[in-house]
Design a protein around this ligand. Structure first.
Ligand code: CTP
Length: 396
């Protein structure tokens, strides 16, 4: 097996010298450590020290013409299994929260899809400053992980929170991200996500408000837990999650075909997409002109219900549906569970705040075939993804 790679960003905090300890501990755990040192960081610790402990070249600045790594920031971003920034200064956190890429480290961190872990280190007043707190909150919402700084006497003499967490705690947090739960290893999970587009004419279509975020979070979570994941996706502007194979579709009919084509090889299906229930009876070949009409009606034909047809051939595969409702949650979801022959259905009231379309949080009630149900409470879609997978594959 090839070694896991941790890209370690070292910024200009006085704690930068502790990066040597972190790199050396990671190396002892058989991790390939690639270090990016900011210019300010290089005032505190030398590249040579970090090169020695990591046994790899250290990248200092992307505009250094002598540096053979200068165009390699994308390669490093891709190589990372975990991206660690320790110590992370207030300045670095502020830049990252705002998408500023003005040096090698901030550029690479913007280009990575790896889980990102930051260990802040700064003066207590800086750490407690609303700007820093808000920047960290922004990054947390984007999925960043933080190792909280410790409390105690700081380099400047102040006492409080801001001291870089212990290298051991940082390394433990890295290892948890490098080797997360692997309980879905060997399983093939099929996930659908997003809306569909139903063609009216070459320039118009019917669609719905599904953002695809829930389905993408499920695909990402299943892949992170070791599953092989096929994601059948309607048109959305989300990046393909790490380790996921995406099949792009446009219409409800395309989605029907793609789900049926991929269903036989899977162990379970999570149907988080919102395929259209109706499609124009005929899609016009040419753009429909107004021609002075006062109004027009569009004839729609029902699409095929994907889950219902899957339900008829599901065998002992696990199938989860979703029900987006605006009223009578239990009754409506219960009916769908029965008629579509599902194992479970995650129902949400899309009118509730912090649930449903476009937002990053969700709250569902999961109804089972035996009539029991469980409420998730409000959580991020990514956390909810794990909660749902725990229930779809219980002994996994
Ligand atoms: N679904 C499907 N095929 C369709 C429409 C919906 O497989 N053509 C799936 C959705 O992906 C979701 C579940 O069925 O997992 C419930 O979707 P929903 O639109 O809420 O239910 P419908 O059966 O379409 O009922 P209604 O629109 O009347 O609420």
């Amino acid at each position: 097996m090839t070694k896991k790679c941790v890209v370690l960003g070292v910024t200009g905090s006085i704690a930068a010298y502790k990066a040597c300890d972190i790199a050396s501990r990671l190396r002892k755990l058989d991790v390939d450590v690639r270090i990016i040192l900011t210019r300010a960081g290089s005032e505190i610790i030398t590249p040579l020290a970090l090169e020695t402990v990591s046994a790899n070249p250290v990248v200092v600045d992307m505009f250094n013409r002598e540096n053979p790594w200068e165009v390699e920031h994308i390669a490093l971003a891709k190589r990372a299994d975990v991206f660690l920034v320790a110590p992370a200064t207030a300045n670095f956190i502020g830049k990252a929260a705002n998408g500023i890429a003005d040096d090698m480290l901030s550029t690479t961190v913007l280009a990575t899809r790896a889980p990102i872990l930051a260990a802040p280190a700064m003066n207590v007043n800086m750490y407690e400053n609303a700007a820093v707190m808000e920047n960290m909150e922004t990054l947390r919402k984007r999925g960043w992980h933080f190792v909280e700084p410790g409390e105690g006497m700081l380099a400047c003499g102040d006492v409080g929170k801001g001291r870089l967490a212990e290298p051991e705690a940082i390394v433990n947090a890295v290892m948890k991200l490098l080797y997360p739960r692997n309980d879905l290893m060997g399983k093939h999970v099929l996930v659908s996500a997003g809306p569909t587009q139903e063609k009216i004419d070459p320039v118009r279509y019917i669609t719905n408000r599904s953002s695809g975020k829930m389905g993408y979070a499920i695909a990402e979570a299943a892949a992170a837990r070791g599953a092989k994941v096929t994601l059948v996706s309607g048109p959305v502007s989300l990046p393909v999650p790490r380790g996921v194979e995406r099949v792009n579709v446009v219409s409800s009919s395309d989605m029907f075909e793609a789900i049926h084509a991929n269903f036989p090889a899977c162990d379970g299906l999570v149907m988080a997409a919102a395929p259209a229930d109706f499609t124009p009876a005929v899609a016009a070949e040419q753009k429909i002109k107004k021609n002075g009409r006062e109004g027009m009606s569009l004839e729609l034909a029902a699409t095929r219900d994907i889950l219902k047809s899957i339900g008829q051939r599901k065998g002992n595969k696990r199938v989860m549906g979703f029900a987006a409702e605006t009223e009578n949650l239990r009754e409506n979801a219960g009916k769908k569970l029965e008629t579509k022959n599902l194992d479970m259905i995650a129902a949400n009231d899309v009118t509730a705040a912090g649930a449903g379309f476009g937002v990053d949080t969700n709250a569902v009630t999961l109804y089972m075939r035996d009539g029991s149900f469980e409420q998730s409470g409000s959580m991020t879609k990514r956390a909810l993804a794990d909660w749902l997978l725990d229930r779809l594959f219980p002994q996994a």
